[in-house]
Design a protein. Structure first.
Length: 438
């Protein structure tokens, strides 16, 4: 058979694009500077307050979260990514950091007569309804202090959160503060609360009815406008605090007053997790719609024993990184972009032979220099366009003539200045001075 004139395409048909998982986001390169800035400021401050990093698995036994966060919480009842692994064990993607950290402190024998300040950064997973500031994979910065009864450490931990928010440039937030007291004082209050809500049972929504049985304090946290009246008339927890709880709380307030950290006493702040006692707090903003909590925490003196460890007082907080990054965007705080100092334009055959070598030499001798070396060829003109787009301060220009003369052209891309020629021998010194690199 002879070939026909019909052209058969040999290119494979383009497959349909795979969609991302709902509620799970990519951090695109354009956002990297904002994220890295938040994380590097946080890391520096954590170290400055003597916190050490801890990393724990993203997956834990499901029982860990049930036992710590509580069977009657929203997280455990409807938000966990739970699955059986191939050996039939029920595992869960961590919905928060504290449970795994406590498990790790116990597993590694770190709580026997010891004190520890630790921090953790990483992704958390909750099967919530995705919306602004609420995702299914999100990221937290977490700090926890073990072995300190407070209230001094409670105050210091809040001071750290305050300093972090200030350092990154968040200014439209308010600190809400409350005490949940000891489990003993809470028991009495809980009875009063159940009696109050039971008297208005017909007005409760299904969520609140469910909480009435297992977790009545959480009704106070409801965002349902129809419930606000009966919530407003409910008994107030602070009226039921025992002596010890009052002393702890007033101690905390005194420390905060002493360093000028402003707070709002919010007796309705109960927080979603079961394990808190005494201090609870939340930094909130009105700039993110209903997802206003940017950093929340509290004391959890009973959790370590609940998970099988020796009695250890503990307190911690977690900050939602997506919400902070978004809040900074709303406030117009820009992170300096990670632009290179130099875009290295390399045009011509002999120039190409020298370009990479010269770039490496500069990296050896100019500490911290950022160079984007042109790769993949291109005309001089197109490379200059790329140089401009890169955000670099200068273009270094190496053509065949320059290579022959062992010089480069140096052109400022940001200010009007004549292009100059620099010999290879003094290039490192020249750039060190111009870029202010030690
Ligand atoms: P919310 O009341 O907004 O649901 P939460 O009480 O469930 O918050 P925590 O469990 O205390 O939140 O988590 C600490 C921080 O993590 C929150 O203050 C918030 O900034 C962030 N966060 C919590 N859930 C999400 C989520 N689904 N998506 C993005 N950030 C979240
Ligand atoms: Mg929540």
């Amino acid at each position: 058979m002879t070939s026909t004139s019909t052209q058969v395409s040999t290119a494979p048909a383009q497959a349909q694009a795979i969609q991302p998982v709902r509620g799970m986001n990519d951090m695109v390169p354009a956002d990297a500077a904002a994220w890295q800035r938040l994380e590097s400021i946080a890391r520096e401050l954590f170290t400055a307050y003597a916190y050490q990093e801890i990393r724990v698995p993203i997956v834990e036994h499901t029982g860990l979260f049930k036992r710590s966060i509580g069977e009657f919480t929203d997280i455990v009842q409807k938000e966990m990514f739970t699955f059986d692994d191939p050996s039939g064990d029920s595992l869960t993607l961590r919905p928060e950091g504290t449970a795994g950290i406590v498990r790790a402190m116990i597993s590694n024998g770190l709580l026997h007569n010891q004190r520890h300040r630790v921090w953790l950064a990483g992704p958390m997973f909750r099967h919530e309804k995705p919306q602004r500031g609420r995702f299914r994979q999100f990221h937290q910065l977490d700090v926890e202090a073990f072995g300190y009864a407070g209230p001094d450490i409670d105050a210091e931990l809040i001071m750290l959160s305050s300093r972090l928010l200030k350092a990154v440039g968040v200014d439209r937030v308010e600190l809400n503060l409350n005490s949940l007291g000891t489990p003993g004082s809470r028991r009495e209050y809980r009875e009063k609360l159940v009696a109050h809500f039971s008297a208005h049972k017909s007005k409760l929504d299904p969520d609140s009815l469910r909480r009435l049985e297992g977790n009545p304090l959480r009704i106070l946290d409801s965002k349902n406008p129809d419930l606000q009246d009966i919530i407003a008339t409910a008994p107030v927890l602070t009226d039921y605090l025992d002596e010890e709880s009052r002393a702890h709380f007033s101690g905390l307030c005194r420390h905060l007053d002493a360093v000028g950290i402003k707070y709002v006493l919010n007796p309705r702040l109960v927080r979603g997790l079961d394990y808190y006692s005494h201090t609870v707090f939340e930094w909130v903003t009105t700039e993110l719609g209903s997802q206003g909590a940017v950093c929340s925490g509290g004391r959890y003196d009973g959790l370590v024993t609940q998970l099988g460890g020796e009695p250890t007082p503990a307190i911690g907080w977690a900050l939602g990184q997506e919400r902070i990054v978004e809040l900074l965007r709303v406030q117009g705080v820009n992170a300096a972009a990670n632009a290179p100092d130099i875009y290295f334009v390399i045009a011509g055959q002999s120039a190409e032979a020298e370009g990479l070598r010269l770039s490496e030499k500069l990296r050896d001798s100019v500490p911290g220099i950022r160079i984007e070396t042109n790769c993949g060829g291109g005309s001089f003109k197109s490379q200059m366009k790329r140089a401009d787009k890169s955000g670099a301060a200068y273009a270094l220009i190496l053509g065949d003539t320059e290579t022959e003369r062992r010089i480069v052209g140096l052109k400022s891309l940001r200010v009007e200045q004549p292009q100059v020629e620099i010999s290879w021998d003094v290039l490192a010194t020249e750039l060190r001075n111009r870029l202010n690199k030690a």
